[in-house]
Design a protein around this ligand. Sequence first.
Ligand SMILES: [Zn+2]
Length: 71
Amino acid sequence: MARTRLQKCTACGEYGLGEECKDCGGKMITVAPLKFSPQDAQGARRRQRENAGSDEWIQKLPTPRKGDEEE
Ligand SMILES: [Zn+2]
């Protein structure tokens, strides 16, 4: 599968994948993908900010459906 590059409209700033903006038909340019580190250098700081691990944080996580597994 070909790698798709994120494009950005030079006219309106809309993001898309084509060469022309689907919104205004303006010219799209390739934008650099967001830097992503598998090590997630910012992760620790981010998790700290979100207070990861706290009860409040756990409440915000999607809840696994435990009932189905036990049957
Ligand atoms: Zn546009």
